[in-house]
Design a protein around this ligand. Structure first.
Ligand code: C2O
Ligand code: CU
Length: 472
């Protein structure tokens, strides 16, 4: 039934070269929030996800579009968004990666009541950090809502942005589309996806389109804000001759360094800001390929025929630092977070709502196939309680046969290498390999109740979620 679209696209890429070039400068859907509250409606709509010759796809989106409006503000500004729910199911908005006031974090049943059909909710918060962020629903089982198209980008501009000629957004999303060109809704919630790698799509879009062409001039310096809104796929993006500099991870600046020869690996929800210098002749073309499966082109930067100029010499300057505090060394307090379950390592038993249930009952009656520290789904007690300002490490032990992209709310963290030294950069989401462990460290400086969960959303729905609290 499902088309092997990723390989189908490998030959379609050839026909997409002539696609209309993205108009650079102001990204599409630009909306500046400070001029007054932005009225955001979650509602059904349609999107041209496939090629122009194919049918439009019925989606759910903010303002009925996929992606939703790009919200762009200055660091320190207030974001004012009024969400109106025009869906038939409850929803919320979570502002992924923003170190936000807990009451505005958008987690149904933890930080707010779900917004019922026909209701509204006012989101008002300031953005402490510059960078590339995104927003999406956060209700129980929000996977289908994201997969139907509910997501958008939130870009926070630096007080003094880097000197680039273009600032380009590349939001990747994979969709599971049937022969009729419509989202395969019949497979939502199936246990096979939940026990394996999650819901993998068969169509990849960039900024909601089948293919994205970015027009620039030889010699230009371009910032690429690469975002994954995939439910479960770990993207591998090949940048060919572009030789990008990595300048930010999950919104947070990192000392500029070359990506190197391998692909850029992007787990669900992760972002990487790149800077590329277009060294080439007018008329040249730089493809960006998805290479996790059969490689195919997803995007290309095409150089105008007009006069080029000499590229800038030397690496791009570092982006200005954000006011994030992280532990300078591995904290003494280390909390274990052990992941178990899934295909080929099925749960024998786990706690669910205070009761120990066997794996078969958990799966058949509750759709739960994963556990964190032996608990399937949200535990009644937090993973840990921290005093405000306390440094805490979380040792994430993946005792399963699948990778998991673990996301921490309200905080950014460092990742320690095997010797216990922090790796460069801060993240809000990290992929932990199968049968491996990763230790992260954060300063618990944001009061409230915060989730930690797998951002492979079918895994989250099937048990991989917990929370911690920061006490004032
Ligand atoms: Cu992007 Cu808990 O979510
Ligand atoms: Cu997972």
């Amino acid at each position: 039934m499902s088309i092997d679209f990723l390989s189908r696209r490998s030959f379609m890429a050839g026909t997409a070269v002539g696609a209309a070039a993205l108009t650079l400068g102001l990204p599409r859907h630009l909306l500046a929030a400070p001029s007054g509250p932005l009225a955001l409606e979650a509602r059904p709509g349609t999107a041209q996800l496939l090629t122009d010759e194919e049918p439009a796809t019925a989606i759910w989106g903010y303002q009925g579009g996929a992606p939703g409006p790009l919200i762009r503000v200055r660091q320190g500004d207030e974001v004012a968004v009024t969400l109106t729910n025009r869906l038939e199911v409850p929803t919320t908005i979570h502002w992924h990666g923003i170190r936000i006031d807990n009451a505005m974090d958008g987690v149904a049943h933890l930080t707010q009541a779900p917004v019922q059909p026909g209701e509204r909710f006012d989101y008002r918060f300031t953005v402490p950090d510059a960078g590339t962020y995104w927003y999406h629903p956060h209700v129980h089982g929000s996977g289908p809502q994201l997969d139907r198209g509910l997501s958008g980008l939130l870009i926070v501009d630096e007080a003094s942005p880097p000197d680039v000629d273009h600032d380009v957004v590349l939001q990747f999303d994979d969709w599971r589309i049937g022969q009729d060109g419509q989202i395969d809704t019949a497979s939502f919630g199936n246990l096979h996806d939940a026990t394996h790698a999650g819901r993998l799509g068969n169509v990849l879009t960039v900024n909601g389109r089948d293919f994205e062409t970015v027009a620039a001039k030889a010699g230009d310096r371009v910032r690429l804000r690469v975002v994954s809104s995939c439910n479960a796929r770990i993207l591998q993006l090949g940048f060919g001759d572009l030789d990008p500099w990595i300048v930010a991870l999950d919104g947070q600046p990192v000392t500029p360094h070359r990506l190197g020869t391998g692909p850029l690996i992007l787990g669900p929800a992760q972002r990487v800001d790149l800077i590329v210098d277009l060294v080439g002749e007018p008329g040249g073309r730089f493809p960006v390929a998805e290479v996790s499966g059969e490689p195919f082109e997803a995007t290309a930067i095409v150089l105008d025929a007009g006069e080029g100029r000499a590229p800038r010499a030397g690496p791009p300057p570092a982006l200005s630092a954000n006011p994030v505090s992280v532990p300078p060394a591995k904290p003494e307090r280390i909390v274990d977070l052990v992941m178990s379950g899934g295909a080929m390592a099925f749960l024998q038993e786990a706690r669910f709502e205070g009761e120990v249930l066997d794996g078969r009952t958990l799966a058949s009656e509750h759709g739960l196939v994963w556990a964190l520290n032996g608990v399937a789904g949200m535990p009644e007690k937090p993973l840990f309680s921290a005093r405000i300002g306390e440094p805490v490490a979380v040792r994430m032990v993946n005792d399963t046969l699948f990778p998991h992209s673990m996301h921490v709310h309200g905080h950014h963290f460092v990742i320690y290498d095997d010797a216990g030294a922090p790796l460069p950069g801060l993240r809000d989401t990290v992929t932990v390999d199968p049968r491996a462990e990763t230790t992260i460290g954060l300063i618990a400086d944001n009061p409230g109740k915060w989730m930690i969960h797998c951002h492979m959303l079918e895994h989250q729905a099937a048990g991989m979620e917990t929370w911690f609290e920061v006490l004032i």
